[in-house]
Design a protein around this ligand. Structure first.
Ligand code: AMP
Length: 301
């Protein structure tokens, strides 16, 4: 694996790979790797000749009052992890390398970015789409891998790629959880012991939502109330609990078809997000709560 800091060098290497007929897979991240990130690298490794992983804590997607300065970083550990997953190129640009001039050009996806996380973070997704568009332009990947944990981000990036005819397939990978169900997140590092205990309530609230739908509940308002009640039992106040259609994140009058129940909650200084997706056809419900990696299951047994 080689570590690259310069855009020009990364572009040269990706251009050369494509000229040689190789496929290029891209995994964009902000680093501080956990199994969620590593699962994306494995998916990319399985399907591509050249795997590029990027680590960039993108200032554009943080608002003034957010955690840019304190965002967890560990380049040494990340380098070891990426190498172990068979990554070919680890791109770790500085902020001036990515933004040599103040940014006056941004990519904005309207509609999809307005509710859910976009309500509390109105500038966040413009930062995400702008940096992802830049990475797509530099790397020229045939396939890019994103986690379904950041469900809205995945929908927004997909829509950007479709609307701008970007020649890249955007793949959504399973949400990876800790053995107790808490969604893996770099921001879990912020949690105290007590807060980590309460974070389980987020997963419990989504399980309660899934159980209610599996038992026949089809009213989005009642499912939201179930989610909020279960979170409250764990001492959590949710920033939002929403029931949306997965394809376009539109609100639903009745729970039917492909549906996501998405939540966000501030736990201490960590803002955590999570979701469960369900496919509903009449009385049939199939639920996707994500995966717990086997290595994690074994390490706790
Ligand atoms: P981040 O470094 O948090 O910006 O995340 C980089 C990529 O990893 C994004 O596509 C995330 O959706 C994905 N990711 C983060 N956490 C998880 C997780 N628990 N399961 C699956 N993918 C994840």
């Amino acid at each position: 694996m080689i570590v690259v800091e310069r855009i020009a060098e990364l572009r040269d290497r990706c251009d050369a790979a494509r000229r040689a007929g190789k496929t290029v897979g891209l995994v964009p991240t902000m680093g501080f790797f956990h199994e969620g990130h590593r699962s994306l690298m494995r998916a990319a490794r399985a399907e591509n000749d050249l795997v590029v992983t990027t680590i960039f804590v993108n200032p554009l997607q943080f608002a003034e009052n957010e955690d840019l300065a304190g965002y967890p970083r560990d380049l040494a550990a990340d380098t070891v992890a990426a190498e172990a997953e068979g990554v070919d190129v680890l791109f770790v640009p500085s902020v001036p390398e990515m933004y040599p001039e103040p940014t006056v050009t941004t990519v904005h996806v309207s509609g999809l970015t307005e509710g859910l996380c976009g309500a509390a973070r109105p500038t966040h997704f413009d930062g995400v789409t702008t940096v992802v568009a830049k990475l797509f332009s530099i790397v020229g990947p045939s396939t890019a891998y994103f986690g379904r944990k950041d469900f809205q981000q995945l929908a927004v990036v997909r829509r950007m790629a479709a609307d701008l005819d970007l020649p890249v397939e955007v793949v959504g990978c399973p949400l990876v959880r800790e053995p107790d169900g808490v969604a893996m997140s770099s921001r879990n590092a912020y949690l105290s012991h007590d807060e980590r205990g309460r974070a389980i309530g987020i997963f419990a609230s989504l399980r309660a939502a899934a159980a209610a739908v599996e038992a026949g509940e089809r009213d989005p308002g009642r499912v939201r109330a179930i989610v909020e009640d279960e979170a409250a039992r764990h001492g959590l106040e949710l920033e939002y609990a929403e029931v949306r259609r997965t394809s376009d994140l539109a609100p639903l009058a009745t729970i039917d078809g492909e549906v996501v129940v998405a939540v966000a909650s501030a736990v201490g200084r960590a803002r955590l997000i999570d979701n469960v997706t369900m496919q509903i056809a009449g009385a049939e419900v199939s639920t996707d709560l994500g995966v717990i990696p086997i290595a994690e299951q074994e390490s706790t047994s």
